[in-house]
Design a protein around this ligand. Sequence first.
Ligand code: ADP
Ligand code: MG
Length: 323
Amino acid sequence: MTEFDLIARIAARAGRRDDVALGIGDDAALLIPPPGQQLVVSCDTLNVGVHFSIHDKPADIGWKALAVNLSDLAAMGAVPAWVLLSLSLPKADEAFVDGFFDGFLQLADESGVALVGGDTTSGPLSICVTALGWVPTGMALTRATAQVGDAVVVSGTLGDAAAALHLMGIPTHPVNSAARELRDRLHRPVPRLSLAQALRTRAHAVIDISDGLLADLGHIAQASGVGMVLEADALPCSGALAALFDKQTRLRWQATGGEDYELAFTLPPARLGELRIALDEHDLPLTCIGRVVEGSGVNLYDGQNEPVQFEQTGWDHFIGAAR
Ligand code: ADP
Ligand code: MG
């Protein structure tokens, strides 16, 4: 296959939509943003050997490449609309591209997102997605507006993806249902788009957890000029994680592991009940894990009120992992 065969193959699967005046095929796409909205844009790269393994299923890689970008839009309270995909491939591998798009377009369809363009080059396997969405003017949720007295809340469960990554390093580990559940959390993260909508009028500050809870909440604390106090015993834990690992190991992954792509946010404590009611049908646990205080930094305490510390609070591409 040539570069243009590949692009034609991609274009054939991309579909059409009213808010796309011109999609794949010209020098650039022409998009029709709704009036009264601000455009929200984000991009994230996935490199082989860093963000995924060459042994991962192409459909999982496609899903995740889109999911991590939609998670960034969710963290801004945005509705996703369009994506661009830059693919660098060692060779024009039809089977890889078809599998990749199975996963990518499955999530795009589920999330109401249209693929409107991209770039295809030869080189080491690397995937860069640019996601565009919108938010009513002035309604975006940022990291900079947490307030003293807010509750700190996290969606879903924490530490599952880090545990799955650990299990992938032990090929002899039995693939039971708990291990499969963890692996799904690593390979198929679900961007919390409905929660994001519900947070728009209720939360003060939001971030998605990509690098590790403590590291990511640290960004909110710093941007907002506040501190946070968290309870280790309150961090939400999946049944699968509890079934396979002891408390100390779990806690390290929950606090520093990252890649769960849950949302962490702050809001006045009285609004949490109302938020739960608004989200009722979505079956997503929301757990209060601490509070926003005066000062700086994010401090985690155990059941005896002793501070819990880790060598690293999360993943840094130029330092490495806390795993
Ligand atoms: P140009 O040389 O003008 O940059 P390309 O040949 O790179 O154009 O791309 C042709 C069309 O195909 C463009 O509309 C571009 O957005 C689209 N395209 C290329 N690669 C991809 C891809 N991986 N996914 C989606 N659209 C793509
Ligand atoms: Mg191009």
